[in-house]
Ligand binder design. Structure first.
Ligand code: PLP
Length: 484
């Protein structure tokens, strides 16, 4: 049996052992009936206390993966799930899925980061913002003048679901560029993607409901899930994407209400889910009758090739698709959107009316014109070029710490996710970096378990100017070397 333990990690040893055995069982390495070494023998092999193994085996028993008998020892009682069954639901009935209403305020970590980025004199490698110098202000100035000259009514309200003309533009844009077919009843404009997620949670999640998320995942969503009283079930995100055997195991074991995924250049890992995994996850959603919330703020910012969204691959309406213009145009406009079954949109629209009536009218007109006049495509293509250059600058510096860390180079999006081989005293490390002039986001925010993420950091390469990224990286590398 190949089990590795790392005493530098904050995760307790019994859990490290339990997790690795669990992975082996679910992936079929330890098949049904496989007998594990005795507690004493495994403890000797791994040079840990016997109680550590007892606890690991107990946890596996609690999860119905193993059993034990006197004279026989501990053995696997789990049958690997074969994923070629035709036994899937074809159509999803949203009225069976959507349930009660619950609401609590969410903790606002974002607010702190946003005000820090604005006020601090430090170089920011932390927030998830687009480049400021890159904002097409001249074009937006002209569009604004034109709107006012034409006396377009930007001072009054729009329908709750959004301005009709803007929704038409969006509908065509989604069809032409993302192969998403949505009619007007299946589309609503929101005040950013964060509101999209928030409306979905408030409407459809009740305390105790289980949500399956990638581990790690976007902290804004994790906070909202926790505040709603939902139980977060995690599946580890590996470099190749989600472990679908583990996802299926969780779907089978738990009654999961929603799967929440960021398939494109995930926040924080920058991971891109491959096409096969996308198809497999849709298959699993159908097999276990579990809808997917697909969040996609970064999909248009690809550096090499475009990857189809789950929504465009989903022929049976299982996906609620949430996206935004915050990452591609401006977070200040506060414009995002949701594409979903019309029953879902109906419920979300009603809630949005309670929350803020509608998204900003002027912002909708500005973005609508920007897309219609063909500026958006050109802007996106310039953004991809600039961000790819910034990414290369950043990863160039990272080579200096390759002896004690690892990362993968993202093919799009905003972030680089770095695993340091040693747990860091994160608060002191961050304070010291800020004192020297650069910030970042500690990895622990992106995990739902408090003990995880102490050796990860997330870096952003889109907000700061190229020359500041260079300076910031020099400082950061120096600070990491000081602590490692
Ligand atoms: C996954 C994800 N969702 C939502 C947001 C916030 O988007 P918006 O400004 O559109 O609310 C972010 C920003 O960091 C994000 O990464």
């Amino acid at each position: 049996m190949k089990i590795s333990i790392d005493r530098n990690k904050s995760m307790p040893l019994y859990l490290q052992i339990k997790n690795q055995i669990e992975e082996g069982i679910i992936s079929g390495i330890y098949p049904n009936g496989f007998v594990f070494p005795s507690e004493r023998k495994l403890a000797e092999n791994l040079k840990v206390n016997r109680n550590t193994i007892i606890k690991a085996y107990e946890k596996l028993k609690d999860d119905d993966l193993v059993d034990s008998k006197i004279g026989m020892g501990t053995y696997v009682i789990y049958e690997k799930i074969i994923r070629d069954s035709k036994d899937v639901y074809k159509e999803i009935y949203w009225d069976q899925v959507v349930g009660n209403f619950s609401f609590e305020n969410s903790i606002d970590i974002m607010t702190k980061i946003m005000s820090d980025v604005k006020e601090k004199k430090t170089i920011s490698l932390s927030g998830g913002f687009p480049s400021k110098e890159f904002f097409p202000d001249k074009i937006f100035h002209e569009i604004t003048e034109e709107l006012f000259a034409k006396k377009v009514d930007v001072f009054f309200q729009t329908p709750v679901k959004g301005d009709k003309q803007f929704r038409n533009v969006l509908q065509s844009y989604l069809y032409d560029n993302k192969s998403i077919i949505a009619n007007q009843r299946e589309l609503m404009v929101t005040s950013g993607a964060q509101q999209g997620i928030s409306l979905i949670i408030q409407n459809f999640i009740s305390p105790g409901d289980k949500i399956l998320v990638e581990n790690p995942s976007f902290f804004g969503a994790l906070q909202l899930f926790k505040k709603s009283g939902a139980q977060i079930v995690t599946s580890n995100l590996k470099r190749t994407g989600l472990d679908l055997d583990h996802v299926e195991y969780q779907l089978k074991k738990n009654k999961i209400k929603f799967i929440y995924l960021l398939p494109n250049y995930q926040n924080p890992t920058g991971n891109l889910m491959d096409l096969k995994s996308r198809k497999d996850i849709l298959y699993l959603a159908k097999k276990y009758y579990t809808p997917i919330i697909e969040e996609d703020p970064y999909g248009e910012l690809y550096f090499d090739y475009y990857m189809p969204t789950l929504k465009s691959l989903d022929k049976d309406n299982y996906v609620i698709y949430v996206s935004t213009f915050s990452k591609t145009i401006s977070p200040g406009f506060r414009i995002g959107y949701i594409v979903a079954d019309d029953q879902v949109i109906k419920k979300l629209t009603l809630l949005k009316q309670f929350v803020d009536i509608h998204a900003n009218t002027l912002s909708q007109h500005l973005i609508g014109e920007f897309i219609k006049k063909g500026f958006y495509e050109e802007h996106l293509s310039n953004m991809r070029k600039l961000y790819k250059e910034n990414r290369d600058v950043m990863t160039g510096y990272l080579k200096e710490i390759s002896d004690f860390s690892k990362w993968s180079i993202p093919n799009g999006g905003y972030y680089i996710w770095i695993e340091l081989y040693k747990n860091m005293p994160m608060k002191i490390f961050l304070d010291e970096s800020i004192k020297k002039g650069v910030d970042f986001i500690p990895g622990e925010f992106f995990f739902s378990n408090a003990f995880e993420g102490k050796n990860y950091i997330r870096l952003n390469y889109t907000y700061s100017k190229n020359k500041d990224i260079k300076k910031g990286m020099e400082i950061l590398i120096e600070t990491i070397k000081q602590f490692i």
